[in-house]
Design a protein around this ligand. Sequence first.
Ligand code: NAI
Length: 492
Amino acid sequence: MPTHANIPVTIAVAPGDGIGPEIMEAVLRIFNEAGTGLSYRMVDMGKSLFEQGFSTGMTPQAKEIIEETGILFKGPMETPKGKGVKSINVTARKVWNTYANKRVFKTLSGVDTLYSRAGIPVDITIVRENIEDTYGGIEHLLTHDVALCRRFITRPGSLQVHRYAFEMARRKGAKKITCGHKANIMKITDGLFLETFYQVARDYPELQANDIIVDDLAMKLVTRPDTFEIVVLPNLQGDIISDLCAGLVGGLGFAPSANIGDFVSIFEAVHGTAPDIAGKGLANPTALLLSGIMMLRHLGLADKAVKIENALLYTLEGGVHTRDFGGNPAAAVSTREYADAVIGNLGKAPAKATPTAEEPAGHAFTPPVKPAQNRVLVSPKGGAEKIVGVDFFVESDGQPEGVAEIFERHLPPTLQLVTISNRGTQVWPTKSVFTDCINQYRVRVESKDLAPLTQQACLAFATRLSADIKLCSLEMLMQYGEQRGYSLAQGQ
Ligand code: NAI
């Protein structure tokens, strides 16, 4: 395998908006002075691109360069609000299928926190699923009162993120890996995330794999952060928990992140554009620098990553700080002076904190080979699949009994009305009159003896119903082998 001694690496760089250009300039100067040998292709992305009419927030050339290099190092970016455009940050993560968001939260000597004062070390890596969950942003206003967001958790998507997390844990020599979830409530979606976690765990017997309900995780992270090593979570839960972890180590100024995909990976700080301090030279570049250090390791430049990391730790230990952290705000340095201090300390190692051990340069990074077409990820089927019913989501401001009566009027002999629920709570055939209803019911019909149904039969029934009630949406009820593919209503 060639190493970087003979292969130069090119990366795409987007400085971003707000404080982005200032912190990016600081970090690239440190990279150059540390002799990383990287070459940069600057790409146009961010707020000004939306303003120029690029609905994705980037030029086609930017997209091409990022796909060619396979690496995007980006500053924070602003998505104009209320213009109907999607967040460029989320778009970038999803378009290039960066399925794992890795965020490292580590106590840094010189960064004063409640935990550092209490002598409790924090070293937690969060791996957040980065594409699915509610972040599909698939939302509908089904009635004027009812908004719905679809939450996708898929088997191939979950397997990708779990495999990445376990592989990373093995490389890191970790002992323990934990899956955070809410499978006690969302038995099918989070249940699938959890099931695939333990499926992958079987290939890593040296790692202690366990799981925890996300609310309990939040409490334990605050009370005993030192008991967690690597935590893997679905997207939304991972988003919230990772900001909690940022708070444990000194805030967003110290929270780096890597968005890892099979073809393209994106490295960025967790924080935003900080418009309140933009252009003033006050921004803290540490989170972007730590993201860059993760990127150097990803590129096989671990030796350079160690050199910069040790210089940063030495600098922090010496009390150098920007205005947002450290002791006396009056003694704070500018973004540029902070970078100069790190550059001046290249080659030094911290005395109080444990220096990062030397690591050899890794295998040379190879840019992705463009696939001819989209990959379609499908796992093997577990058994015979059949449609056994339909959930109809209908609009009505009447009583549940009235809705039942309309359905029963149209019901063919092959189908039976099973339950009607409102916001997931059963209100027919049995109910409590204390259950408040809103103007949408979920009406479940199933085939008798769960005999297989055709789509045509279900849709013909839907067409007949639509003469008497407004259908908002419908879901086919599936059975996969012995497994029921739908949840029961509360109280059913
Ligand atoms: P923010 O992270 O930009 O700022 C929150 C607070 O933290 C502010 O007081 C800010 O001054 C401070 N702060 C953040 N980073 C700092 C740094 N490096 N050094 C010193 N202080 C720092 O969050 P906010 O205000 O909610 O978002 C501002 C804009 O950033 C929005 O347009 C948002 O959409 C965008 N954003 C972009 C992200 C990205 O590109 N990945 C992530 C989060 C927000």
